[in-house]
Design a protein around this ligand. Structure first.
Ligand SMILES: Cc1cc2nc3c(=O)[nH]c(=O)nc-3n(C[C@H](O)[C@H](O)[C@H](O)COP(=O)(O)OP(=O)(O)OC[C@H]3O[C@@H](n4cnc5c(N)ncnc54)[C@H](O)[C@@H]3O)c2cc1C
Length: 467
């Protein structure tokens, strides 16, 4: 094995001296993500090609150096954090859109492309890349694929995994794997693409991504619907899809959220209402108006007190203003929060929301719920002051009860933020002993020396080198 200086020199030879950082002050800039946890890498390396990534991983195996792939560092669960020091492998120099093939509706991109920039580029071809995490203005496609990012449009269009056709992956040992096809159909062998999507940087480093595109919708309409009773809003979500209309988005805000946003923005939101739904439909203009009017009628019959419809960009933006302000507005209730992105089948939303209300009373907590009601993904924010040990303890007890409830309702502990470090203790609750064991065997087969993103996902529940 070489000493750290010898390793750094070899890395500089692979990627170029100016693409390696090793001073503690510079490395500190790569010590965090959006989880508010922190661990500092020993070095930060910026490769520019698949071959360089492969060489770096071979070196890391030889030197037993942990490697942590990183996109924009916007992850919510600490998945990119260098828990054991080693190398932060930042992929933002691999940032080219290599091809937009309009006829086959396919894009080939490098992982460091910013999601919003890809969406803009394909829109010039009349095409659409639907996954829309709220971080799309700054998160990368590589990070989105590794976390299987989703967003409000998932109710109609699905999530990142539904758009990844193929990948170039540098495996943890440094060999290069190509998965998938450029076609929608393709059933030769195991679906390694699907295995890699959502693998949170633990099974390989993506250096090229083939994405499926769809035709861009011609028009969009937005509705804001006021519900005096939360239960009615939750039931309306199911009724709309039962009426055979699939909106592109159904977002919900509960009363604590509405009140926080109104106090923040003063835009005349109905603070006595228990819920607001923000619903969007997209498609051909001739059909949209009819769909919007049917949705409005369904909501009014189901207990809504008011429906407002918007079609122009400016009017739609006005309706979205409240939803976009939720995060900063909630910050004014308490200095901290525990934000869980639990997800239940749509039909269980009323039961979930009632139970969250009971949890808030039982533990004397403010719990604000908002999010993607159309796909059952409710962001549940337990507001607290983390410096208050009693409140923190009550909040943690509430989280455990919430997780058990979500699983009883047939849901999942994370709809989009993933496991990383934050949710790893709870992995066995959802995937079970056999699920965990199977994932562990896959990880060990691909990464025998546990070089790539160690300490994440299922590993805290396993001693990695257990025989
Ligand atoms: C304000 C805000 C809003 C957000 N909204 C949403 C949302 O609506 N929906 C949602 O799903 N998420 C959301 N997120 C979370 C986050 O943006 C996503 O998880 C995103 O996909 C992370 O992308 P990134 O480029 O920042 O990746 P990073 O945070 O840098 O990395 C995330 C994971 O991907 C791995 N990784 C990164 N690049 C590669 C690669 N090329 N090959 C292999 N592994 C790689 C890392 O090792 C890590 O495990 C939000 C975050 C913020 C801060």
């Amino acid at each position: 094995m070489s000493g750290r200086n010898g390793i750094l020199n070899e890395i500089r030879r692979i990627v170029g001296t100016e693409h390696v950082i090793s001073s503690p002050e510079d490395c500190a800039c790569y010590s965090y993500d959006a989880s508010r946890m922190q661990c500092t890498p020993e070095m930060v390396v910026f490769p520019a090609s698949t071959t360089q990534v492969a060489e770096l991983l071979k070196l890391a195996n030889r030197e037993m150096l942990p490697v942590y792939p990183r996109g924009a560092g916007t992850g919510m669960v600490g998945a990119a954090l260098p828990g054991r020091g080693g190398m932060a492998l930042v992929l933002n120099r691999l940032n080219r859109i290599l091809e937009i093939d309009s006829d086959n509706m396919v894009a080939v991109v490098e992982p460091g492309v910013i999601t919003g920039q890809l969406q803009k580029a394909v829109s010039h071809h009349g095409l659409f890349y639907p996954p829309d995490p709220a971080s799309l203005a700054f998160s990368t496609i590589g990070g989105n694929v590794a976390m299987c990012a989703g967003g409000p449009r998932a109710v109609k269009y699905g999530v990142t995994r539904d758009y990844v056709l193929g990948l170039t992956v540098v495996l943890p040992t440094g060999s290069i794997l190509r998965t998938g096809t450029r076609t929608v159909k393709g059933v030769v062998g195991y679906d390694l693409t699907r295995l890699m999507v959502g693998s949170e940087g633990t099974l390989g480093v993506f250096t090229e991504i083939v994405l499926r595109l769809v035709p861009a919708p011609e028009d969009i309409m937005t509705l804001m619907v006021v519900f005096p009773r939360l239960d009615d809003a939750a039931r309306a979500v199911c009724q709309i899809t039962r009426d055979r209309i699939i909106p592109s988005t159904i977002e919900i805000m509960d009363q604590p959220t509405i009140r926080a946003v109104e106090e923040y923005l003063h835009i005349g939101l109905p603070t006595d209402a228990e819920a607001l739904l923000l619903i969007e439909v997209d498609g051909r203009p001739a059909i949209l108006a009819e769909d919007a009017s049917r949705i409005g009628d369904t909501c009014l019959r189901g207990g809504a007190s008011h429906v407002e419809t918007a079609r122009s960009e400016a009017e739609r933006e006005r309706l979205w203003k409240a939803r976009r302000a939720v995060s900063p507005a909630l910050g004014r209730i308490k200095p901290g929060k525990i934000n869980e992105d639990i997800t239940v089948p749509r039909t269980q939303i009323p039961a979930l929301i009632r139970a969250i209300g009971r949890l808030a009373s039982k533990h004397d907590l403010v719990i604000a719920c908002f999010g993607h009601a159309g796909d059952g993904n409710i962001h549940t924010n337990i507001m607290l002051d983390k410096k208050n040990p009693d409140e923190l303890q009550r909040a943690e007890a509430a989280v455990e009860e919430l997780f058990r409830l979500v699983l009883q309702l047939g849901g999942t502990l994370s709809g989009e933020h993933g496991v990383g470090i934050a949710k790893s203790p709870f992995m066995p609750w959802e995937v079970g002993e056999e699920g965990l064991e199977t994932m562990y065997r896959i990880k060990r087969a691909l990464d025998p020396l546990n070089i790539l993103n160690p300490g994440k996902m299922f590993e805290p529940n396993r001693a990695f080198f257990r025989s």
